[in-house]
Design a protein around this ligand. Structure first.
Ligand code: NOJ
Length: 755
């Protein structure tokens, strides 16, 4: 179509829009959107679109630059040109996105702009710590800022949309995607999910420095059986609503523009065909007015799931369940027209799906200027800017969790002889973790480099010790031990960097054990024999069972995969220029058999209390304790904090009163430091069983050495509410216990009664 004709079409379109704006909202307008202006525009546009053009808007294809799922097609240019594909992912940079946008705008009949999406999970080019690591900071402002930086970089690269945040609760470290999550807790996960959405989207999607968020994976993807990715999920409606749904809801309440389906089935229905999830809960109950995209090929996967015999049926189930956009599978593209012709899908349903998507394109301002994200000057300035790297560096420091520090081995004095050992200490790629977006290993500083820089070359040695073969967990080559042991003998301190290869974390990386490879376990023991102070840095994307290794070390710092600026952040903490304050967002089990293990478990009818419970018949294991290796919320500091003086505003409250709990926290050690003060609540008796304790508040509080702070929490009616036996949300009268402290084993307690 020539530009001239296209212009005429556009003029016609905008005339329709302005006419529509001057009259009362029409049919779909008030049904679909709360924003009449957008609704009118969408309505007008839909009215001049053919069925094929509308279907094109429901199609999302990968351009193939990154491989984030099975590859099913080669060239998307033709699909864009023909209007069969209205949205693209896995393509970035201004140059590359502009090229495709030009095809959509100049070569299709209506010139409807493309949406460009990408997995910007923990940074776009400047890579931040993996999401589980960021979550360990319990610092919502820093997390929001991390998403903000990612949005600035991504949008400067021509992108409009990130497939984040992932807010799936996970209580199973076998599942590799726990690394992408905020961990095990719905309260913490909700606040983090909302913070990320605010960071990505800012106040206004029209701001070109923001990107649309996509809350994923709806729903309960993190609860796959046996931690095997994509596996079956089966849970009660109560558990779904109590534990798994809150973070999705919180992220949507923060304004997230889109939702992604999950691969799993739930209650026998694959999510991508679930009317219960998408129509009943998402649209009707929660009033969501963004659009829903499937996960990669998830419509087609309704066939192997066994609920559709072909793509035709799969597309029908999916769109009728309330799914608006089909990622990669082509099932909508190939079948919707026929389904409409055959009366199995209504054209209204298609209008609804395409309408939700077009509405976002209007909100982003793409119809006003499809090239508003195509600014090479901005791209150059924004990518890896000093400011962005600084934010990643600050975030990395905040994400580290000090797990052990006997005899205050840490922080280290400079200019001692340090033997840095472990392949991970000198790996750039591993610093970035999984889902590194456009992050480049070349741009990441290593731990070795940063330590050497601070400690001097002559005082710092390096030996690999162990090596990885990523696809062989049992790879065993101890030829590096000799050098490592020699270096260790010559040193004052051993600094061992251990953990998982980055490719063992993220999507499709489930494990049936969660310990370290034998080669690393043996190296730990060899080094421990030398009787030198041994400091260990752990790089891993899941809680791991490292009891033996904790015993063999004097100090241990969990650093996850800390990102582009992680190296210098590590060096700062090791040498005491920054006092670690991270707390675990997920429980670390003693061994894989304890899974699932999390802080908000139920008491059972036969609880076991060591030293108190007598006899055999208790809920416990034969040869392992019930308690974890490290509890949720745990993390040490170079200083110490003492809690005292817990008070509640009233010992008797009524349902509509807020309850205030205060506590005094004193920094009793030798360093200034920040403490995440945590509040846990127990509803003692309910019409249904309640967890032994639930996180209901936290405040990260900086306290100078020798000083005290009073920390106050307010518990609202909502905090005391739960899904009662009849599934209504509300409170029940009775006793509540409140525990406040530095982790989920907090003992300082106060009680009150709800009348
Ligand atoms: C599959 C993953 O499950 C999802 O999280 C991701 O956004 C898509 N692939 C797109 O890459």
């Amino acid at each position: 179509m020539s530009n001239k004709i296209r212009l005429i079409v556009f003029l016609a379109l905008y005339t329709t829009i302005s006419v529509a704006q001057s009259v009362t909202p029409t049919k779909k307008a008030d049904v679909f959107f709360n924003e009449p202006e957008i609704a009118h525009k969408v309505d007008s546009l839909l009215s001049i679109m053919t069925i094929d053009e509308k279907i094109g808007q429901t199609v999302l294809f990968t351009s193939g630059w990154d491989v984030t799922g099975p590859t099913v097609r080669d060239n998307v240019m033709e699909e864009i040109r023909s209007g069969r594909c209205g949205n693209i992912f896995n393509r970035h940079t201004v140059a590359a996105t502009t090229k495709l946008q030009e095809i959509a705008v100049n070569e299709t009949r209506l010139g409807i702009p493309l949406l460009f999406g990408y997995d910007v999970i923990h940074g776009h080019r400047t890579i931040f710590p993996i999401s589980l690591g960021e979550s360990a900071s319990w610092d919502l402002e820093a997390i929001e800022e991390g998403a903000r930086v990612a949005a600035r970089e991504a949008s400067a690269s021509g992108l409009h949309w990130t497939f984040a945040p992932m807010v799936d609760i996970s209580r199973d470290p076998r599942w590799g995607r726990i690394s992408e999550s905020a961990g095990e807790d719905p309260y913490l996960g909700s606040l983090i999910g909302a913070a990320r959405v605010r960071g990505f989207q800012g106040d206004n999607l029209k701001d070109v420095t923001t990107v649309m968020a996509c809350v994923k994976h709806f729903a309960a993807y993190g609860a796959s059986q046996a931690g095997r990715d994509y596996h079956t999920v089966d849970m009660s409606e109560r558990v779904l609503r109590e534990t798994y749904l809150p973070p999705y809801k919180a992220a949507l309440d923060a304004g997230a523009a889109s939702v992604m389906t999950s691969f799993n089935e739930i209650d026998g229905v694959p999510a991508s065909a679930s009317t219960h999830l998408y129509t009943d809960i998402l649209r009707k109950e929660w009033g969501f007015n963004g659009f829903v995209v499937t996960d990669y090929l998830a419509v087609n996967e309704l066939i192997p799931h066994g609920v559709a015999k072909d793509k035709y049926q799969a597309a029908k189930l999916s769109i009728n369940a309330g799914i608006d956009m089909d990622m990669e599978g082509g099932a909508f593209m190939e079948n919707l027209k026929k389904l409409i012709e055959n009366g199995e899908v209504t054209e209204e349903k298609l209008d609804e799906a395409a309408g939700y998507i077009l509405a976002m394109k209007f909100r982003l301002g793409l119809f006003e200027d499809p090239f508003r994200y195509s600014n090479t000057k901005r791209e150059k300035k924004e990518i890896l800017s000093k400011e962005n790297k600084e934010a990643a560096y600050q975030m990395a420091k905040k994400s580290f969790v000090l797990l052990k520090n006997d005899n205050q081995v840490l922080p280290l004095k400079k200019n001692q002889k340090i033997a840095v050992i472990g392949q991970l200490a000198n790996s750039k790629r591993d610093m970035l973790g999984s889902w590194k977006a456009t992050g480049s290993p070349k741009e990441a500083g290593t731990i070795l480099k940063a330590i050497t820089k601070k400690n001097g070359k002559k005082n710092t040695t390096f030996a690999k010790g162990y090596t990885f073969k990523p696809l062989d967990f049992d790879h065993y080559d101890n030829s590096g031990f000799e050098q490592a042991i020699k270096n260790a003998k010559d040193a004052d301190v051993i600094l061992l960097v251990a953990g998982e290869h980055w490719s063992w974390t993220g999507e499709a990386t489930s494990r049936t054990n969660i310990h370290l490879p034998q080669i690393q376990k043996d190296l730990f023991q060899e080094l421990a024999k030398l009787d030198k102070p041994m400091v260990v840095l752990m790089m891993n994307g899941r809680p791991i069972a490292i009891g033996d290794e904790v015993d063999a070390s004097d100090a241990m710092l969990e650093i996850w995969y800390p990102g582009t600026e992680g190296g210098r952040a590590v060096a700062d903490v090791i040498f005491g220029e920054y006092n670690p304050s991270g707390k675990l967002p997920a429980t670390f089990p003693r061994n894989v058999g304890q899974i699932p293990i999390y802080h908000s478990m139920k008491n059972t009818g036969r609880p076991y209390t060591p030293g108190v419970s007598k006899g055999k018949y208790h809920s416990k294991y034969l040869f392992t304790k019930n308690t974890p290796l490290f509890q949720f919320g745990f993390g040490l500091s170079y200083t110490t904090f003492e809690y005292s003086d817990i008070k509640v505003s009233s010992n008797k409250v009524s349902a509509n009163d807020n309850v205030t709990v205060s506590v005094t926290v004193k920094n009793t050690g030798d360093y200034d430091g920040a403490e995440v003060v945590q509040l846990y609540l127990q509803d003692v008796i309910g019409s249904v069983t309640r967890p032994v304790r639930e996180l209901k508040g936290f405040k990260k509080t900086f306290i100078k050495k020798g000083k005290s702070a009073t920390v106050e929490f307010t518990l609202s009616k909502d905090d005391l509410s739960f899904f009662r036996q009849d599934m209504s949300w509300g409170t029940e009268p009775g006793d509540f216990n409140v525990f406040v402290g530095g982790d989920s084993d907090a003992e300082l307690k106060v009680s009150f009664e709800l009348e």
